[in-house]
Ligand binder design. Structure first.
Ligand code: PLP
Length: 377
């Protein structure tokens, strides 16, 4: 089945009692145990509503098995801790999502896990590997500069040395990128973003092989972080429109990137779909679409970012991403506010850098909104 069909039909629970077309919401956290081995329980990650969503996500990512979580960070932390413990070493990209970055810097020492941050480059990741490395964690495209790493090469580094590779596929979604097909071992998601897609739901997922999923589930049973039946159903409903939403969002983003690139008040546009972007060729070889996240830098001599944000009428200045509505934020004041201005400059995040999460609205309306805010700012 193609992704569009999987989105609608994949994993749906066939309800023999009513023959309804939707998965029923099974509210029980308690199930009878006589004459059965596998007793469902929310924190065992095996309830019918969890299973239905996991089956759909597995089909979309090309995974054998997976675990559904109550947040993206529950997925990230459970997946890493399933494969790394005291005495082990983890290689991470320094452009990883802020929460994943902070998980390493705040908690790894206490757990006896060593880590090295590497640049967004497969050779840098290879250089950071030590004989004790058990896990490599990467992201592509990255936040907020939309950096691209060669996923096949990182997967190969992992496979040659017996290291588990984990890729956070939140930005691309399985509609635009399937990392397991490129050789990655474990895909994780903040489902709070595109999978949920309506900015009203917190969830996460890890999709992988059967043996790796068992290990992640075992770690997750200790750490908690399970998703309840109501939220599972909301996510399952959202996933039915995932490909429609992401395809529209991706098309809108390409148009907005072209508009911004041609604008005299814009210095630079970061979007892997732009033929002159540094990651374009690699992105083309590993993504089926370039996604709906982009960032751009205003020429502050012409347009002030602060007044630009206040003048937008449709596009809302808000954190998070991946919903049907277009959102904008200045990473220097949000996700990267705790980093010193010097360090921000070093990694390329200026005060006038704006990150856009493009929604499903009409592209002309969005461009008109950017345009009027640019004129008046
Ligand atoms: C938001 C995000 C996370 C964390 O997800 P939560 O649902 O907020 O816990 C992880 N990775 C990426 C790339 C994200 O954007």
């Amino acid at each position: 089945m193609k992704k569009e069909t999987i989105c609608v039909h994949g994993g749906t629970y066939r309800d023999a009692a009513t023959r309804g077309v939707n998965t029923p919401i099974f509210t029980s956290s308690s199930f009878e145990y006589l004459d059965r081995d596998d007793i469902p329980y929310p924190r065992y990650f095996n309830t019918p509503n969890q299973d239905a969503v996991v089956r759909k996500l597995c089909a979309l990512e090309g995974a054998e098995d997976g675990v559904l979580f109550s947040s993206g960070m529950a997925a990230v932390s459970s997946a890493i801790l399933a494969f790394a413990g005291a005495g082990d070493h983890v290689v991470m990209m320094d452009e990883l999502y802020g929460g994943t970055h902070a998980f390493a810097t705040d908690m790894f020492d206490r757990l006896g896990i060593r880590h090295t941050f590497a640049a967004t480059d497969a050779a840098a990741v290879a250089d950071a590997v030590t004989p004790r490395t058990k896990v490599i964690v990467i992201e592509s495209p990255t936040n907020p500069l939309l950096g691209i790493i060669d996923i096949r090469r990182v997967a190969q580094i992992g496979r040659e040395r017996g290291i588990v590779t984990i890729l956070d596929n939140t930005f691309a979604t399985p509609v635009n990128q399937c990392p397991l097909q490129l050789g990655i071992d474990v895909v994780v998601h903040s489902g709070t973003k595109y999978l949920g897609g309506h900015s009203d739901l917190s969830c996460g997922a890890a999709l992988t092989s059967r043996p790796h999923a068992s290990k992640i589930r075992a770690a997750a049973r200790h750490l908690g972080g399970s998703l309840n039946a109501m939220m599972c159903y909301l996510l399952e409903r959202s996933l039915k429109t995932l490909s429609l939403r992401v395809e529209r969002q991706t098309a809108n983003a390409a148009r907005i990137a072209a508009y911004l690139s041609a604008h005299a008040s814009v210095f630079r546009v970061n979007y892997p779909g732009q033929p002159d972007s540094p990651g374009h060729e690699i992105a083309r070889s590993q993504m089926t679409g370039f996604g709906a996240m982009l960032s751009f830098e205003l020429d502050e001599r012409i347009v002030s970012a602060a007044s630009f944000l206040r003048r937008l009428r449709i596009i809302r200045p808000a954190v998070s991403l991946g919903g049907v509505e277009t959102l904008i934020c200045a990473p220097a004041g949000t996700s990267h506010a705790k980093i010193s201005p010097e360090e921000r400059r070093r990694i390329g995040i200026s005060d006038s850098l704006l990150r856009l999460s493009v929604g499903i609205e009409d592209a002309d309306d969005l461009i008109a909104d950017l345009d009027q805010a640019m004129e008046k700012a």
